[in-house]
Design a binder for this molecule. Structure first.
Ligand code: ATP
Ligand code: MG
Length: 414
């Protein structure tokens, strides 16, 4: 029986891996200039972490987690997102006593049991940042602008739209939830079963329901922005005015509540203009650290779907082929060790060198040199007795007999 990859997973290689490396290089650079430090956490965590951290009534926890009992009988879950994991690490490693704010970034694979679509996989990669220890909307600005600068660096800024909203604090949300429930009550029996549960347990989640019949009922539902308290309102105004001053365009989308339970105040998404899906989503989560058992700590962050970023870049990146600086064609097996010593020295000097391990004819070797786009070929034959080799320039086919010396060969290549 042929063994194939699992549904929702992919092998990434060839031109695709170039796009990934390009994105990852830009992420590293941007996190460095914005002074964020990398964190790596385990792929699996206690299931309880996500139940508490992401929220019981979310799609992620309800339907999408890869959960199993390990051989010791513990309930384990493959991380479906990383904020909960980073918060766990923040608490467990006592980072609250480090210099504040604590600014972390991660890039990692996530696992969700999802229905496959374009840009939706069961194993996918997120780049994310978490900014701990600032209550101020200025931290929200730091987080939103980091994503903005990354889109600029990747030449994607015209392909995405920033949408923002405020979902208020716990206090102002209480009032809103009452109003929302009042509005929905007469139509509750027409909503999906999940929404009926959400109505009791977490009514805000209903706004995020993907079923049409629920969305139709919600079309004229009261908006949270009309119920937020004075402090939340003034923070949101300050945030918008700062974005205006920075010349960062945005739209206020009163429907964003975000798929995860832990957000409050600012929420935002960067939406792909072409595909309509979110490529980056985040917000403020001032209660999460406390919920997971730490001291009360304000925080804000985002998660960016890199697989979706790849889709946006696919059509705009050049197919740049890797080239090889020099290829060694060894015609006499006895001279292989001399050739290999030279090859290793050249590689130490940061020169891209290829040498054959296949026993093939001189013509086959030259054909191969062409295929791998070698700029030069070094032919090692009888002349090595006089400490010479032939270097062929593959662009103009000129050949020269030269000294078999490291400096000489480097000078030709450079
Ligand atoms: P959606 O509404 O698209 O399901 P979400 O609210 O579940 O998104 P988050 O949990 O906020 O998404 O994750 C942050 C980002 O990670 C998303 O904006 C998206 O770019 C990406 N993402 C989420 N799920 C997937 C997936 N299954 N495959 C690829 N990328 C994903
Ligand atoms: Mg989802």
């Amino acid at each position: 029986m042929k063994i194939t990859k699992q549904k929702g997973t992919r092998d990434i290689y060839g031109q695709d891996i170039k796009i990934w490396q390009y994105i990852e290089q830009n992420i590293r650079e941007i996190c460095k200039t914005h002074c964020f430090n990398e964190i790596r956490t385990p792929v699996f965590e206690a299931t309880e972490l996500f139940a508490r951290g992401v929220g019981d009534e979310t799609d992620i926890v309800n339907k999408e987690m890869y959960t199993f009992l390990d051989k010791g009988g513990r309930s384990i879950t493959l991380r479906p997102e990383l904020t909960a994991g980073v918060v766990r690490a923040y608490i467990e490693n006592g980072m609250s006593s480090m210099v504040s704010p604590v600014k972390l970034w991660y890039e990692a694979n996530m696992y969700r049991y999802e229905k496959m679509q374009k840009g939706r996989y069961r194993e996918f990669t997120q780049f994310g940042i978490e900014y701990f220890g600032s209550k101020s909307y200025l931290a929200d600005i730091e987080v939103i602008t980091l994503a903005y600068e990354l889109f600029k660096k990747l030449n994607l800024i015209d392909k995405v739209t920033l949408t923002i909203n405020s979902i208020g604090c716990i206090e102002c949300r209480k009032k809103y939830i009452e109003k929302l429930k009042e509005y929905i009550k007469p139509n509750l029996d027409k909503m999906c079963d999940t929404c009926k549960i959400r109505y009791e347990k977490n009514p805000l989640r209903m706004l995020d329901c993907k079923e049409d019949r629920c969305q139709n009922i919600l079309e004229n539902a009261p908006m949270i922005t009309d119920y937020i308290c004075d402090e939340c309102k003034s923070d949101f105004e300050a945030l918008k005015s700062m974005l205006d001053k920075l010349g960062i365009k945005y739209e206020v989308d009163k429907r964003i509540v975000r798929g995860l339970d832990y957000y409050n105040k600012t929420v935002f998404e960067y939406i792909s203009n072409e595909y309509g899906f979110a490529v980056c989503a985040g917000g403020r989560y001032d209660k999460l650290v406390e919920n997971i058992g730490g001291e009360s700590t304000s925080a804000v962050g985002f998660g960016m779907g890199l697989d979706r970023i790849c889709l946006l870049l696919e059509n705009s990146m050049d197919n740049n082929v890797d080239n090889v600086d020099i290829y060694f064609a060894v015609l006499d097996k006895d001279k292989y060790s001399n050739a290999l010593k030279m090859v290793l020295s050249l590689r130490e000097n940061n020169i891209k060198v290829e040498i054959d391990t296949l026993d093939r004819s001189f013509n086959a070797k030259l054909k191969y040199a062409n295929k791998i786009n070698a700029k030069y070929v070094c032919i090692i034959g009888d002349e090595l007795k006089q400490n010479k080799c032939t270097i062929k320039n593959m662009e103009n086919s000129k050949q020269d007999l030269v000294d078999f010396k490291l400096e000489k060969i480097i000078s030709i290549i450079k």
